[in-house]
Design a protein around this ligand. Structure first.
Ligand SMILES: Cc1cc2nc3c(=O)[nH]c(=O)nc-3n(C[C@H](O)[C@H](O)[C@H](O)COP(=O)(O)O)c2cc1C
Length: 197
């Protein structure tokens, strides 16, 4: 065995979504984010297009994201559909997090690789980020409010029209005494068909 499979399996199973409501105000450092991104980019990607781009909101930069999400939600939401709880999450979560990383698909317009495959590659990068955070004891959360799929979001992030924001990835140290959640999955028999002859 090349690596400790038991430890890697534990890490994969222990990866959990932890939302910013459970983060403490302990700082997440730029060097940690760099380490997380340096693992993200080792995700598999067809044709070696490396189709990801990251925008990191750290320290006061988190307020820019919060302000933008609030404005956009107000702009895009009809009065009768406006939800205070939703608005407050968009406003407060970036500030509760140690860092927020907008993870996007960066499309080369001349790419011969299917967009679907490039989205899959970015999703693999996000899983690498999740696992790195878990190893560190950092909570993390892949968030996809519908606003991230708008042209306004692309403009805010400096993306082109063929690019797509796929995640707001929140990171933070859990509060003192936080009980790391246990996950549940059905056994593989539910999903697997074997063909052996
Ligand atoms: C593509 C994708 C988008 C997601 N978007 C959201 C989201 O917008 N809000 C949310 O609460 N969780 C979101 N999640 C996280 C899932 O809710 C979470 O992974 C699921 O509940 C299983 O929990 P676990 O991650 O702890 O195993 C997303 C997950 C994926 C893969």
């Amino acid at each position: 065995m090349k690596y400790n499979l038991s430890e890697i399996s534990d890490l994969i199973r222990d990866r959990r979504t932890v939302t910013p409501e459970y983060y403490s105000d302990r700082l997440v450092h730029r060097e940690q984010v760099e380490r997380i991104l340096n693992n993200a980019i080792w995700a598999p990607n067809h044709g070696s297009t490396q189709p990801w781009t990251f925008k990191v909101f750290l320290k006061d930069g988190r307020h820019q994201l919060s302000d933008f999400l609030c404005e956009l939600y107000q702009k895009k939401t009809a009065r009768e559909d406006f939800l205070e709880t939703k608005f407050n999450k968009l406003k407060n979560r970036p500030k509760m997090a140690g860092a927020v990383i907008a993870v996007s698909l960066k499309r080369d317009p001349k790419s011969t690789i299917l967009e679907l495959e490039e989205i899959e590659a970015v999703a693999c990068a996000i899983q690498n980020m999740y696992l790195t955070c878990t190893a560190w004891g950092l909570g993390s959360f892949w968030s996809t409010p519908k606003l991230i799929y708008t042209p306004e979001m692309n403009e805010f992030l400096g993306l082109g029209e063929d690019d797509k924001c796929l995640a707001l990835f929140y990171i933070g140290y859990p509060k003192e005494g936080y009980e790391w959640p246990k996950g549940h999955r059905k056994p593989i028999e539910y999903f697997t068909e074997w063909v052996e002859e």
